[in-house]
Design a protein around this ligand. Structure first.
Ligand code: HGY
Ligand code: MN
Ligand code: MN
Length: 415
């Protein structure tokens, strides 16, 4: 393990960068609304590029809009160590989800520059496009194309609620790069991220040594009822897609609770059509999000939800179509890299514990094509995907410092 009292990062510089980035795409309650491929995303990308230019990094952008900022290594044949996360946010997102990982990676490079450190392997600081999947489903879209799991054509065709496509919006903001997606090869991948859950804070730990990430299904339901007057239509004449949706949501809760421990299920997005107060909906579209670290539980929940939803809809006479718009199996991260994270935390004297990530991350797709792992820091009350998301300066520093040491271990310092 690389050691040395001087191998520290500049926590104040990191915090200042986080606060400056947070000024782009402000939310209405102290967080951020910097959704992917919006003008605010473009502004954040430009600021990130300025900082990378100042750090002497050279930029590459692929055809999904992911940004790769390279610090050269001493061995031109050595594959790079990639370190990154995402700058896009939820509509009511926090200041740190994804951003800590991108700016923590930049801080690691800035610190290498300060210390005059040379590494055998190049370092590539990465800003993955559209990690959140809030505007264009699914989440982790660009990294999924990078890993060869989804096609670029499929990704380009994804539409937001206004019918705009990913491909058109990427061109509109001027961030469609020329690199073919996925041609880059990685020696390893590290990602620093806030936990987005309550465990580390509750256990009083500074660092999460992330061994796994739970798997996910996003099941998009389209229920077809019959539009009718909410006042003059007798109850026994209704083909009520809204009622079917309500029963399905209740059932999803029941299935997830029955699968405890280690399972979650819920719905975050729903559209009624025509969405008029006195018209029974002709169409209801919503996405069920189910997750578990246990493969059998994950797939069992999906099967049960789909079969029970079909029965609910048949009982009410509503049409039911289900499209699995997002999916990844539970991920096991690379034990050697996980070990580097644990050793770095020990060397630096930070309390730590093993952790399974509840949220999905680009590291999940990076792990399909290279050894990958994550470093996590706590967040206040476990809150995330909420403008109240908060971390301490100390947590940010600890996470970035462990990331710094672990990356150096893999990138190999050259004396
Ligand atoms: O959905 C997720 O887990 C991530 O926040 N995109
Ligand atoms: Mn994230
Ligand atoms: Mn997120």
């Amino acid at each position: 393990m690389v050691t040395g009292e001087n191998l520290r990062i500049d926590g104040d510089r990191l915090w200042d960068s986080l606060m400056e980035m947070a000024r782009i795409g402000p939310g209405i309650a102290g967080g951020n609304n910097r959704q992917t491929l919006t003008d605010e995303d473009a502004e954040a990308r430009a600021l990130f590029k300025t900082w990378c230019d100042e750090a002497g990094l050279s930029m590459g952008v692929d055809q999904m809009g992911t940004m790769f900022m390279t610090r050269p290594g001493t061995d031109p044949d050595a594959l790079p160590v990639y370190v990154g996360s995402h700058l896009d946010t939820q509509p009511t997102g926090g200041k740190y989800d994804g951003v800590l990982g991108v700016l923590g990676a930049l801080e690691a490079v800035r610190s290498m520059n300060d210390l005059g450190i040379k590494t055998k392997h190049p370092i590539v600081v990465t800003n993955w496009a559209n990690e959140e999947g809030a505007r264009f489903a699914p989440a982790m879209l660009a990294s999924a194309v990078f890993a060869g799991v989804l096609t670029q054509d499929h990704a380009y065709s994804r539409t937001d609620l206004d019918g705009k496509t990913y491909g058109d919006e990427l061109k509109r903001i001027g961030w469609k790069g020329d690199e073919e997606v996925g041609t880059r090869k990685m020696h390893a991948y590290y990602e620093l991220h806030i936990e987005q859950g309550p465990i580390l804070e509750a256990e009083g730990k500074d660092i999460g040594v992330v061994t796994h990430c739970q798997g996910l299904w996003w099941l998009e339901f389209t229920l077809t009822g019959r539009e009718a007057h909410t006042g003059s239509t007798p109850m026994d004449m209704r083909v009520n897609a809204g009622l079917a949706m309500a029963r399905i949501l209740e059932m999803v809760q029941e299935v997830a609770m029955a699968a405890q421990p280690g399972a979650v299920g819920g719905v975050g997005q729903m559209q009624f059509s025509p969405n008029s107060r006195n018209v029974l909906p002709g169409k209801v579209v919503f996405t069920v999000d189910i997750r578990s670290p246990d493969q059998a539980k994950l797939d069992g929940m999906r099967a049960e939800i789909e079969s029970r939803a079909a029965a609910i809809c048949a009982d009410i006479g509503v049409g039911c179509a289900i499209d699995p718009v997002g999916h990844f199996d539970p991920v096991t991260f690379a034990p050697e890299l996980v070990g580097n994270v644990r050793k770095a935390a020990e060397e630096l004297g930070y309390s730590h514990m093993n952790l399974i990530s509840g949220a999905g991350h680009d590291a999940c797709w990076a792990a399909q094509v290279a050894p990958a792992t994550m470093v996590m820091c706590p967040c206040v009350n476990g809150i995330s995907h909420n403008e109240a998301e908060e971390i301490s300066r100390e947590w940010a520093r600890a996470g970035a410092e462990v990331l710094f040491r672990a990356v150096l271990e893999t990138a190999e310092i050259v004396e």
